[in-house]
Design a protein around this ligand. Structure first.
Ligand code: CP
Length: 302
């Protein structure tokens, strides 16, 4: 269940079952907010939104906070490191506690997979997935789609190569579902021990040479924190086999773009010089996170 209607609004748990028209309506609303960059809206005046991050974040947490403040909302930033989670309180009890105090939307990042759907069934306030384990990161994929649409005019017909640690990537999964729904073709490329067999029916695995022919070359960070069996041998070996080096980037089509959700491991999955290269949309993606999250928060509160 990716989109759940609650008593108070709409949760966003993932993009797997989201229709093209709903995806499009979020992108269109983000475009509205991007075109009103200095406007502080009062649409959320007096509404309490809590950002609950049980896993580290820079981009997602701060861009949600900026988005919420641009909408005029009251923002509560909950940090698990300073909370009673450290005394053993469960994620459910934490979210339920904030709801009982007046939280109207909960933006949640956490490691466990499946827990968010369970919470959404027990919490009345709409919940927004800010990344759960390797399952989904819907707002990252939405801002990625938004970035592609802004650059190419349309997503339909694009080929997007997602390269790297597919197995541990929630970004790859959310992008896969949404891009396919929007009419793009997704191909994967990565080391054998970082491939996700359950996704093979939706996107084929190709060589680096083939992946570099795509319209969008999306590099992924190696998710070392999720590796259980020493999948990653060395940064140099990884760069040599699957890194986007200057030499490889020179083989990309002239119209093609480079994307990466960040944080970036410079000179591992992508060369330092490419991060702010004219082909790179990495910092544009981060900027686009704000209007996308404004659209998602508005949608959550109906
Ligand atoms: N792309 C992304 O989710 O970054 P953070 O982990 O910093 O939020």
């Amino acid at each position: 269940m990716s989109t759940v209607q609650t008593m108070m609004g709409k949760s966003l748990l993932g993009l797997k079952d989201m229709s093209a028209s709903e995806l499009m309506s979020i992108l269109d609303r983000a475009a509205y907010w991007e075109n009103n960059p200095t406007k502080i809206s009062n649409v959320m005046n007096g509404r309490f939104i809590a950002n609950l991050f049980f896993e580290n974040s820079t981009r997602t947490r701060t861009s949600f906070e900026i988005a919420e403040k641009r909408l005029g909302a009251e923002v509560i930033n909950f940090s698990s490191a300073e909370s009673s989670v450290q005394k053993g309180e469960s994620i459910y009890d934490t979210v339920r506690t904030l709801e009982s105090m007046g939280m109207e939307v909960g933006v949640i990042r956490m490691k466990p997979i499946g827990l968010l759907a369970e919470l959404a069934g027990r919490i009345k306030a709409p919940l927004v997935n800010a990344g759960d384990g390797n399952n989904e990161h819907p707002t990252q994929a939405l801002l990625d789609l938004y970035t592609m649409r802004n650059h190419f005019g349309s997503i339909k017909g694009l080929t997007v190569a997602i390269i790297g640690d597919i197995l541990h990537s929630r970004v790859a999964r959310s992008n896969l579902w949404a891009l396919r729904e929007m009419g793009a073709k997704v191909v994967f490329c990565g080391p054998t021990n970082m491939q996700a067999p359950e996704l093979a029916e939706f996107a084929s695995y190709v060589t680096m040479e083939e992946a570099l022919k795509a319209d969008v070359v999306m590099m992924l960070r190696v998710q070392l924190e999720r590796h259980a069996h020493g999948e990653f041998r060395s940064p140099d070996e990884y760069r040599a086999q699957f890194g986007l080096t200057m030499e490889r980037a020179a083989k990309m089509a002239s119209h093609a773009i480079i994307m990466h959700p960040a944080p970036v491991n410079r000179n591992v999955e992508i060369d330092d010089e490419l991060v702010e290269h004219p082909k790179s949309k990495i910092f544009t993606q981060m900027s686009n996170g704000v209007p996308i999250r404004m659209a998602v928060i508005e949608r959550a509160l109906g």
